[in-house]
Design a protein around this ligand. Sequence first.
Ligand code: RTP
Ligand code: MG
Length: 153
Amino acid sequence: MSETERTFVMVKPDGVQRGLIGEIVSRFEERGLKMVAGKFMQIDEDLAHEHYGEHEGKPFFEGLVDFITSGPVFAMVWEGQDATRQVRKMMGQTDPAESAPGTIRGDFGLDLGRNVIHGSDHEDEGANEREIDLFFDEEELVDYERIDETWLY
Ligand code: RTP
Ligand code: MG
């Protein structure tokens, strides 16, 4: 049995502007993942640099920072067995054009720079904890049981 874990997910500015918050939240809810935090917010320059620090110096970095600070985002923490990897699978590939239909990016995006959603990288050990810490205070994470948990696991 996989371990229960928490993963950081965010609807990017293009997803918010296109009215996709509800659709995206629904997909994770219906899959059986449990939302433990959610925050509608504006990312400033400093937070953008910290969040995407791994890409600093790459040719697309400045454009990425401009984009992620261009409008509000919906930041979330989702919990469940193998949550990080399952969320990444539901998101599709980084490039929406390479993403399978049925995935979030494959259903809602066409352009690499406008790919609707962010999820912590499951291949980057510690990314989840780092990003959850960056976006949320401890008291913003809510502990509770979802009514269907007994039937999911
Ligand atoms: P994200 O961090 O945003 O969830 O995306 P990801 O893990 O799938 O991809 P990552 O490699 O972390 O890249 C971060 C974002 O940078 C943009 N990008 N542009 N022009 C390019 O070659 C290029 N490569 C990446 C994408 O918008 C990607 O989401
Ligand atoms: Mg990434």
